[in-house]
Write a protein that binds this ligand. Structure first.
Ligand code: MN
Length: 234
């Protein structure tokens, strides 16, 4: 009899526990000071500890009641047109910043892998012209948003930008693909140190970009089963 009760309890638990665990702030792999002088410590602490944390908190509130099958952050992004504004803004905010922290690093002189270098040469001639294109996309983004390097569904590299906290995984995005590099151009990303000089921030950020991480992301994106599906609106 006791076994039957236990079994029923587990069933009820599984049925009711049909939501996901809470989204959390990812761990930073370096200290707030580590990216100085390109990104100052105060900006890092507020950007990561306050802005990103707020996106996470608001995302956790926004997903209450959504079925667990569609719970992953990626899945929320892919079907964002069917979700609330709060999920679009805070889910995008969580995804975008998580990628941003990951592709930054205090390591000096990291280099793209041979595979990524070859793709950069094929698509942009060289690394400098890629940086120029990203900076062009980032500096002409009016107001708040992001600049991206993505792997497109036909496995090419492309540069694009999105407004607010949108990203190229979203089904509402004009250009779609798997992001491997993200640059935050919201004023909160640079204003304390660079004030209105977004171009100076964009000049400095390349000192702290981790090409080893980006190379790994490139290799993973090429074989990601999600990639072909980004061709059409999901
Ligand atoms: Mn930001």
């Amino acid at each position: 009899m006791r076994h039957i009760y236990s079994f029923s309890f587990i069933l009820v638990f599984l049925t009711c526990h049909n939501t996901w665990s809470q989204f959390t702030l990812p761990k930073l792999n370096y200290s707030y000071e580590a990216l100085e002088p390109s990104i100052d410590s105060l900006t890092m602490s507020i950007h990561y500890g306050k802005h990103h944390q707020t996106y996470v908190n608001n995302l956790n509130k926004a997903v209450v009641g959504i079925h667990a099958d569609s719970s992953s952050l990626i899945s929320l992004m892919l079907h964002v047109s069917k979700r609330s504004e709060a999920i679009r803004n805070n889910g995008g905010g969580h995804y975008n910043h998580s990628l941003f922290w990951e592709i930054l690093s205090p390591k000096k002189n990291t280099k793209p892998s041979d595979e990524l270098s070859k793709a950069i040469q094929e698509n942009f001639v060289n690394l400098d012209s890629l940086k120029k294109m990203v900076n062009q996309a980032a500096s002409t983004r009016f107001g708040s948003g992001w600049a991206w390097v993505i792997v497109t569904p036909d496995k090419k590299l492309a540069v694009c930008s999105t407004p607010n906290q949108d990203n190229p995984l979203m089904d509402i995005s004009k250009m779609r693909g798997i992001p491997i590099l993200a640059i935050d151009v919201w004023e909160h990303a640079y204003y304390l140190k660079y004030q209105n000089k977004r171009v100076d921030y964009l000049g400095a950020i390349w000192n702290v970009i981790d090409w080893e991480v980006i190379s790994k992301k490139y290799a993973e994106a090429l074989v990601d089963p999600l990639l072909p599906h980004l061709k059409r609106k999901l």
